[in-house]
Design a protein around this ligand. Structure first.
Ligand code: XMP
Length: 224
C-alpha cells in the first residue's frame, strides 16, 4: 500500500525544504506546502519539490470564484498534485477551484484542529461537508486531534478520503486518527523541527500502519 503520510514544510528557506524533501521523499505520500514556504521561496518551489514527490498546495483558497480560479490554475501550472480550499465560502467558490484544477485533486476544509474551530466551523460542519460534496471536491480536511469530528465527517463523506492535520504538535495521535477514519495524516513541526526527520517519518508510518490494522471494517481505506 502507498504511504499515507503527508509532511508539511512550514519553513521559509528553500534549501532546507529541498533537503528534507529529498531525504524523506520515498517514505511519504506527499509534501504539503503553505504560505510560509511560498512567501519565503517563491511559487517555483512547487515545481522544484515536485521533482521529489507529490506537492499539495495548502493555500486555504477562500475567495470569490474568479480569484479562486486564477489561484488554482497557477498552482496547477506549477505542478501541484492537490490544492486545499475552504468550503465556508460556498458552493460557487469551491466549484470554481474544482473546475480549474485540471486534474489536480481538491481537498475541502470542513473542520479545523485549533481551538477557535469551535467558534464557527464545528457548529456548521455538516453544512460544510454538504458544500464540499456538491462542489465535487475530492476529499476533506478534518482535524486529526478530534476523533469524534473525524467520525462525524466520515459518516457524511460519501466515501471520499479524509486527510488530517493536528497530529503531534497540536496534540493528535496518528494511530487514533487513522482508527477513527483518517485516510492520510499531515504532520509538520514534529518532522521538520526534528534533528532526525527520517526517524520521525519512519515512526509515523509505523503508527499509521498500526491505526489501519486496528481500524473498524466499516471505515473503508480510501485513496486520494
Ligand atoms: P503541524 O506543525 O501542526 O502542521 O503538524 C500542520 C499543518 O497543517 C496545517 N493545518 C491545518 N490545515 N485544517 C487545515 O486545513 C486544519 O485544521 C489544520 N491544522 C493545521 C497547518 O497550516 C500546517 O501546515
Amino acid at each position: 500500500m502507498d504511504n499515507r503520510l503527508i509532511v508539511a514544510l512550514d519553513i521559509f528557506e528553500e534549501k532546507k525544504a529541498l533537503e528534507i524533501a529529498k531525504n524523506i521523499s520515498d517514505m511519504v505520500f506527499a509534501i504539503k506546502i503553505n504560505w510560509p514556504l511560498i512567501l519565503g521561496s517563491g511559487i517555483d518551489i512547487v515545481t522544484k519539490l515536485s521533482r521529489f514527490t507529490r506537492v499539495i498546495c495548502d493555500l486555504k483558497i477562500a475567495d470569490i470564484p474568479n480569484t479562486n480560479s486564477l489561484i488554482t490554475k497557477k498552482v496547477r501550472e506549477k505542478g501541484a498534485y492537490a490544492v486545499i480550499a475552504h468550503a465556508f465560502v460556498g458552493e460557487d467558490s469551491l466549484k470554481a477551484v474544482v473546475d480549474s484544477a485540471g486534474g489536480a485533486k481538491v481537498l475541502a476544509v470542513v473542520a479545523m484542529s485549533h481551538p477557535g474551530a469551535s467558534d464557527f466551523m464545528e457548529k456548521n460542519v455538516d453544512d460544510l461537508v454538504a458544500v464540499a460534496l456538491k462542489s465535487g471536491a475530492d476529499g476533506f480536511i478534518a482535524p486529526g486531534n478530534n476523533p469524534s469530528m473525524i467520525r462525524r465527517v466520515r459518516e457524511r463523506s460519501m466515501n471520499k478520503p479524509i486527510v488530517s492535520p493536528g497530529i503531534g504538535a497540536q496534540g493528535g495521535n496518528a494511530v487514533e486518527a487513522v482508527m477513527n477514519g483518517t485516510d492520510y495524516v499531515i504532520v509538520g513541526r514534529s518532522v521538520y523541527e526534528s534533528a532526525h526527520p527520517e526517524d520521525v517519518v519512519g515512526d509515523l508510518n509505523w503508527q499509521i500502519s498500526e491505526g489501519l490494522e486496528r481500524r473498524p471494517g466499516k471505515y473503508e481505506i480510501l485513496n486520494l
